[in-house]
Design a protein around this ligand. Sequence first.
Ligand SMILES: O=C(NCCCOc1c(-c2ccc(O)c(O)c2)oc2cc(O)cc(O)c2c1=O)[C@@H]1CCCN1C(=O)/C=C/c1ccc(O)c(O)c1
Length: 474
Amino acid sequence: QHEPHWWGNRNTIVHLFEWKWTDIARECEEFLAPRGFAGVQVSPVAENVVISGRPWWERYQPISYKLVTRSGNEAEFADMVRRCNVVGVRIYVDVLLNHMSGSHEGTVQGTGGSVANPNTKDFPAVPYGEIDFHPSCEIYDWNDRFQIQNCELVSLKDLDQSSEWVRERLVEFLDHLIQLGVAGFRVDAAKHMPAEDLKIIYDRVRDLNIAHGFPRNARPFIYQEVIDHGHETVDKYEYSPLGAVTEFRFSEEIGGAFRGYNQLKWLRNWGPEWSFLPSEHAFVFVDNHDNQRDGGNVLTYKNAKQYKMATAFALAYPYGITRVMSSFDFQDRDQAPPADENEQILSPQFDADGACVNGWVCEHRWRQIYNMVGFKNAVRGTEVSNWWDNDDNQIAFCRGNRGFIAFNGNGWDLKERLHTCLPAGVYCDVISGALVNGKCTSKTVVVDEWGYADIDLRADEFDGVLALHVNAKL
Ligand SMILES: O=C(NCCCOc1c(-c2ccc(O)c(O)c2)oc2cc(O)cc(O)c2c1=O)[C@@H]1CCCN1C(=O)/C=C/c1ccc(O)c(O)c1
């Protein structure tokens, strides 16, 4: 279940964090399909508890498996999946198998009107009762496997995945989503569930729905959130036989490199030699919905120039299954998504350049980022060759004879005649501009018959990357 079932040469997922289903459907048709995105990760779809202030993490506290959240209802969800599949954009659902909601005094109300009493572990809308959960205990030793997998994350009621009733309810929930046409799942908090229980659950889930364009006997793509910074008691290699696994070290190391804590020349052997998972098992990203709020080395939209350089490298270097984050603008960690006075999530609005303007950041709509999605599509299946560096923070490399990219992380200009491995001709730099109506809107680069070109990336330019590929050639 490592196969993402992408369409054509597409190969990048975007996380449209907290977007509504109707807005995602439109985005698939109007932006993601034309720009060559392969899929969308959507926010949790199951009914969640309503927490005052509507912090984003309330959606990680389910109280039933009814498909009713602030992103929309089941009909809107089904319509989104159908419309996205029709234009070749797959849908991956963020699913919560580990727990239900956390302790609150008395009964709580859900986004679909269900009630529950988490303190007594009573979730009648599923139904779950006390017997379906582990006895309550706290995780206070994060090096103790038993606590991590049997006790409660911040008091969230911890389901017992070894119970047949729980397994049936979870499989039923996943089968329902597959019947609606989804291509796979992001399994939240996988580290908190024994891999052997997850394997049983994954194996029971039905094949993908051929009515949505999947081949027969296609298995759902699984990628598992395992926060493992290295030498953890429960480690990422336990889960990689079951499906792809999030490689958090990628996020930390790429942030460190483009913040200048490691010279870019060291990125030459990027991959398992950095104690990352093997490429075909690694689910990688520059930042995610959680660690973008943690500070540290992780780069976010708040450090725009470095973020675009890191994203360009993540998409240009052939390692891992890549996901691009699309955020809402936040000041503090718990902040709710953009909403109106009735707590209805706002639809994103766009300016003349297609950038989001009303509280949504939409990194996926930044030209430097969506053009790198196109770069990655153009070079699919090729290897890195002709690595060049200045023994410091200026690097460049080819992808077969289909793409070339250069980075300047130094405080002085990069002006070199380099081998681009490309066929002779005139190319548009897809970072500073694009190929539009047969013309380059910004920098052009002339490649001679030996594949060499003058590469010019000044230190003070808006972006620190120059990228060429065969689909942006005059
Ligand atoms: O201070 C908080 N949490 C404690 C530190 C973060 O711990 C959490 C981890 C976590 C952190 C580090 C680990 O090594 C690890 O294995 C798990 O995973 C979660 C997964 C969930 O589905 C729901 C959650 O509430 C959490 C969570 O609180 C605030 C208040 C409650 C939610 N929350 C949060 O900060 C919510 C965070 C959150 C929510 C969803 C996620 O998928 C996630 O990765 C983190």
